[in-house]
Ligand binder design. Sequence first.
Ligand code: SF4
Length: 520
Amino acid sequence: MAEWSIAHAWKACVVKSNREFESLSLRHYTWYFLIFPIFMAFPDYLYEKIRKILFSEISFAENFPSHNSLQEKWLYSIWSHQRIRRNALHTLAGDSLAILHPGFHSLEAGPDFRNALIRMGNNPPQQCDIEIDLEPSGWKQHSHEGNPAYQNVGLQVIWNLPEHFIPPTDRPILHLKEFLDAPQKELLEWCLSDDAQSIPESLMGKCCEFFSCLSESDLDRLFKQAALVRLKSKALEIAAAARSFGWEQALYIHLLKGLGYKQNSWPMQRLAEVFPPNSFSLLEMQALLLGVADMIPKKLSNKDDSRNQYVLELWNIWWHHQASLTESILPESIWKLSSTRPVNHPQRRIALAAHWLTNPHFIEDLESWAVLNCTIKDAQSSLFDLLKPKQGDPFWEHHFTLRSKRFEKPLPLIGEERVSDLFVNVVAPWFWARTDRVHDPLASERILERYQNWPASGKNARIELALKRFYGATPAPKLKYAYQQQAILQITSDFCAKTDPCCHHCPLPESLRQCLHPAD
Ligand code: SF4
């Protein structure tokens, strides 16, 4: 028993919480294993005993803290692998329930699982999102009620059911614990296993068996064709804007749209529609844009600092123009700020846009850049130089918003990743649209070559999910180039987004099969 006491003593000293236990255990058990043989012979069943400690420490406690992400992670595994008695399901209101597809786990803000397929009672199958909460009260506590991002939630899945709980009428609820397909302890062991971390079968698309069989060159051809479709459709969108606003303003409109990310693309685009490139000073342009965006604070901060000074400068300009621009002022509520990182706050994006709009050489420099004969690395860094503020920005490089405290170390207003995104989504399509318009195949060729050699951007949750669906457990190809990422986005929007999560009627698998086995 000596070794067993050592393990317990060690555990009592070192482990302060379950979460800490998870992060420390491997290191400390390794240490334990290493020094143990110095004192005594290696005991029988030690590994099993140590493992038992793990399972006695971590359990599906009835009332674990509601923000315990570790346990929520287990619930996600149980749900995505459907470790439930699927034939016996019913909601708290008593309706029978069939899960035809559990949906796709989302890492973005909003419901936990997107695009599930369920059938309630005798109703036809319903495509909806699933929200997983530890308690039914999570729905109100996490402000899902009335939040448009949750309006497509068709089922709330909960773990704990409070006593005497009366099911609400606004959403069906499934009490997961009631329908587990194994005792909780067994399921807990499974949650910590490799199987629980593996890709659930439901995630794999019907194209999965074909993608992994395509040769490298066929896959590259497929990706290049899909990426070209995406480039051309973006070019068409820009050409349409150019018809109303002219080529230069169309470029700014789409650049600002790109700066707005997904959440604020519309208001950013609107600002560029209101203000064509002009000869205002930088401060004037920032005041006008922030004024029309309804973002200049009406009150000064209590502290007499650089924030107040800059806000006063903005007001001194804005009040002269406010009356004439009343009709263009955007409602404050249009801005979505909840899932925006401070460094990407729309106020900083607007400040950056003002630099572009007031740079008289902006378009000219961009045109010279497009014909520059240089390596892709140089093209990347020269585009970055072109899009970053020429003379810096003393206020915005040190503030996240007009109300936030100053930080000492300057933070750039744009990063390399955003520059890459703007290149593939705006700059390349803009040049493509213009060269296509004047039938200049050489220029089109040049921009296409740059597009196809542009390095891939950072991780993207949509692309990661698509790769899991296309490749399942087979290792997916490493995406070196941006066009490959664009191709995957195009395939998901052309096929995955147009069918249900079970891939019904998706023509891609059959087309790929014919490519691979033309004689069949
Ligand atoms: S919808 Fe089509 S492209 Fe998407 S995963 Fe299913 S089979 Fe593949």
